[in-house]
Write a protein that binds this ligand. Structure first.
Ligand code: SF4
Ligand code: F3S
Length: 107
């Protein structure tokens, strides 16, 4: 099992999560982060750090967002590792909690 970044990270990208990960499994895209499921050791540290509550254990991903499990696995193979906290995206607070952001995901 692994932890999974879900829809509410899109267009927020607060990056608090990367600071606590002991095995550097976060990968960064233009407006979203993903977790490499092959590297995640299920330490649970990142989940409470996300201001957008976007991180879930694989078996607790909210209904309707199961597709993010495969998306994390896929995109983590292509995107570079991120280990340092960055500024959140502009308007992150406005996008936090909005629904239907999947179509705004930039790959
Ligand atoms: Fe990293 Fe732990 Fe989060 Fe997995 S659960 S992504 S190992 S901080
Ligand atoms: Fe995204 Fe939350 Fe990390 S918004 S970048 S999963 S802190």
């Amino acid at each position: 099992m692994a932890f999974v970044v879900t829809e509410n990270c899109i267009k927020c990208k607060f990056t608090d999560c990367v600071d606590v990960c002991p095995v550097d499994c976060f990968h960064e895209g233009p407006n979203f982060l993903v977790i490499d499921p092959d590297e995640c050791i299920d330490c649970t540290l990142c989940e409470p750090e996300c201001p957008a509550n976007a991180i879930f254990a694989e078996d607790e991903v909210p209904e309707g967002q199961e597709n993010f499990i495969a998306l994390n696995a896929e995109l983590s193979k292509n995107w570079p590792i991120i280990t340092n906290v960055q500024d959140a995206l502009p308007d992150a607070d406005e996008w936090n909690g909005k629904e239907g952001k999947l179509e705004l995901l930039e790959k």
